[in-house]
Write a protein of this length. Structure first.
Length: 438
């Protein structure tokens, strides 16, 4: 279910944005708009949908429009054109009073530079949102203490922000946002100022909190590794335009354009991609004990290998050769006896973990879930192919304001991402790309 709905939002900064909007619609690029009208294109026809209970990451280089986009959600910025719905409510139509209430209760924000009040203690900072909301002192302080403990700052409640390290200050910022119990957490480069180790601890904590509390978190970062680590969905912005929206594997396997391809090139794919994202259905499933029937099925599907399954459970593999031999031997063995045990891989395994087993077998490995049900198969070659990043098709298309960029912006990128995922398996599409690349 979608909680935040962004519909064709365009934002132009400058003295006469409506007139500049017309010039943009007439075809000026971001650079041309700035050069000819002095207006800055902040966002260009952005449409996306953020589901309840997701960690939704907005990614892009500095100046790509990330902060501009997230600030539309609680209407710190008004769009030049387009619509923002939160839980079905049109944010732009809210009165000042409604908006104040909405900001206090529905969303809370965590900032990059912590945004703490220096003359107030940790406790007072964390309790602040509740105080503004009119919650009595005892209650708000009890609640604030809970969150201070939860983010690992027990004992620091009486200290002032300047007495804390950056990582600790960011925890205060997080505790403050969580204490208001808002359904939506907006985090604008909240972890970008932290050292790598602290940052990775904070990421873990955020993932844990999210799964426990079920909040919807909109998280901005310019760091792809961070995006892949914590994001359920990732939206990639370039020059105010959405390049792609998708899950981490979708983005790695099916980058929508050269810009995204360039972005994902150096990612450790073996660690991010799971077996599930590259597996495919087996050519031949064999069920029942009858070897004559099984051999017939293998011949009909022209398969060398068949996967023996009972009630969905994987039992072993059989070759056409071994079945043919058993049939002519006529020694009374059934399919379960002819089938051979062998290695399997888990759907949830990272390719890094699964690849060694795949390289040891000469048939596509069976992929099983936790219950041992056969989910699909995958060969070592298919895994290796998914590990090879796609190549950038053309240098010209990657240029800012290039025609490819414009065309991409015309269709809502959120649908582009989804289509890619449903049309065919990401791995299959990837294999296509790999083929094209020769
Ligand atoms: P990001 O957060 O991705 O670094 P921003 O959303 O801050 O990017 O900025 C997007 C674009 O909009 C940039 O070109 C920036 O210069 C411009 N911009 C942002 N805020 C303003 C503003 N208040 N006035 C004029 N231009 C702005
Ligand atoms: Mg920003």
């Amino acid at each position: 279910m979608s909680l935040i709905e962004v519909k064709n939002v365009t934002k132009i900064f400058g003295p006469n944005p409506k007139a500049a909007l017309q010039r943009y619609r007439d075809g000026l690029s971001k650079e041309e708009l700035l050069a000819e009208t002095g207006h800055t294109l902040g966002l260009a026809d952005v449409s996306l949908s953020i589901g309840k209970g997701q960690i939704f990451v907005i990614m892009g280089l500095s100046g790509s429009g990330k902060s501009t986009l997230i600030r539309h959600f609680n209407r710190l910025i008004d769009p030049t054109d387009g619509q923002i719905l939160v839980d079905g409510d049109d944010v732009i139509k809210m009165s000042i009073r409604q908006l104040e209430r909405f900001r206090r209760t529905k969303m809370s924000m965590v900032f990059q530079r912590f945004g703490l009040m220096p003359h107030r203690t940790v406790l007072q900072n964390v309790a602040y949102g509740l105080k503004v909301r009119g919650v009595g002192r005892a209650e708000r302080e009890a609640k604030a203490m809970e969150w201070i403990e939860r983010v690992g700052l027990s004992g620091y409640d009486g200290q002032y922000p300047t007495q804390l390290s950056g990582g600790m200050q960011q925890r205060v910022g997080l505790a403050r946002a969580l204490a208001t119990d808002a359904e939506i957490l907006l985090m604008d480069e909240a972890f970008s100022a932290l050292d790598p180790l602290i940052r990775s601890q904070m990421q873990d904590q955020l993932i844990e909190l999210q799964s426990e509390l079920g909040k919807t978190i909109v998280f901005i970062t310019h760091d792809l590794d961070e995006a892949l680590r914590i994001g359920d969905q990732i939206a990639i912005l370039k020059d105010g335009r959405l390049s792609q929206v998708g899950t981490p594997p979708e983005i790695l396997l099916n980058p929508a354009d050269d810009y995204v391809t360039e972005f994902v090139r150096d990612v450790n794919r073996a660690r991010v991609l799971t077996v599930e994202t590259v597996m495919r259905p087996p050519k031949t499933r064999l069920t029942g004990a009858d070897i004559d029937k099984a051999l017939g099925e293998m011949r009909r599907t022209n398969a060398d290998w068949g996967y023996v399954v009972e009630d969905g459970r994987y039992l072993g593999v059989a070759t056409q050769e071994s079945l043919a031999a058993a049939v002519s031997a006529n020694d009374g063995r059934n399919l379960y006896e002819v089938a051979e045990d062998g290695p399997t891989v888990s759907a949830a395994d990272a390719l890094e973990a699964a690849l060694p087993a795949a390289l040891e077998t000469d048939y596509p490995l069976p992929v099983v879930d936790k219950e041992g049900l056969l989910m699909g198969v995958v060969s070592g070659r298919e895994m290796s192919s998914a590990l090879t990043p796609p190549k950038v098709a053309s240098a010209a298309a990657a240029e800012p304001g290039g025609s490819a960029g414009r065309a991409g912006g015309a269709a809502p990128a959120s649908t582009a991402g989804k289509t890619a995922a449903t049309a065919e398996s990401p791995a299959a599409a990837h294999r296509e790309t790999a083929k094209l690349d020769g």
